[in-house]
Write a protein that binds this ligand. Sequence first.
Ligand code: ATP
Ligand code: MG
Length: 275
Amino acid sequence: MKRGLGRIFHNTQAANGRTNNPSADDRTMPVEVPLSSNGKSSSAADLIRIDDLVKDYDGPIGPIHVLKVVDLEVSQGEFVGIRGPSGSGKSTLLNMITGIDRPTAGQVIVAGQSLSDLNENELERWRGEKVGVIFQFFQLLPTLTILENVVLPMDFARKWKTKERVERAMSLLEQVELADQARKFPNTLSGGQQQRAAIARALANDPPLLVGDEPTGNLDSGTSGMVFDLFEKLVAQGRTFLMVTHDRELASRISRVIEVRDGKLIDTNGNGRKP
Ligand SMILES: Nc1ncnc2c1ncn2[C@@H]1O[C@H](COP(=O)(O)OP(=O)(O)OP(=O)(O)O)[C@@H](O)[C@H]1O
Ligand SMILES: [Mg+2]
């Protein structure tokens, strides 16, 4: 799936005015999740909690019921795959979790924040700091170098001092083995390199949640295996990662896979069986 540059630009926007540099430990601290308004209890270890989520879109002959009363809990540090036929609502589900779109009904709580409590500006700031999004077609800004693409979300969030941002971006590019490509423009890099740059950008503000919408869908199998290895490494470091994928082989490497079917979510292991 494709989204415009405006959308990714908004994804990177944040301005919380914080100038302190959080310790790496912040990421692994339990997030306090308040009781949901419907009285269901929440576990402090849930990074994502979805209650009674419904999403309808307007269709030509009435509403299209894409997500029909969906519940989901994802713990901190989990790697969760999302599968399902084309048009089943996988991207819609991600859009509810990242606050790119709003539910018709129900509640989404991410990192202790009920998204329905935020207005559009607050949601953009929240997303810029708390969620790193990785797209199928990378969505790097073509007029910026790789390094500038990675610095950009930090410029919006202002979580790091200006002079620290380039150094941090270089260290993220080193993590994805792209330091030597930092001054190049995206269109001079291979698909796998561009996706690794997009991963570095997603990590820019050290978000607790990473989300990928078919992030290996535009890569050959060797390259997608390498990118997937990187995702596994990030999860091993304590990140929480939600990844939509059509790739059965990759899905079989993920211990928890959610299938979106007929507007419902079905929890399975990576082989498609219920755990
Ligand atoms: N903004 C929108 N307005 C109207 N209908 C929409 C909108 N976004 C999605 N839909 C519809 O919602 C359904 C689910 O779409 P979604 O993009 O979530 O599917 P998907 O599972 O991600 O599919 P794919 O694997 O092809 O990416 C589809 O029927 C789609 O046409
Ligand atoms: Mg999709």
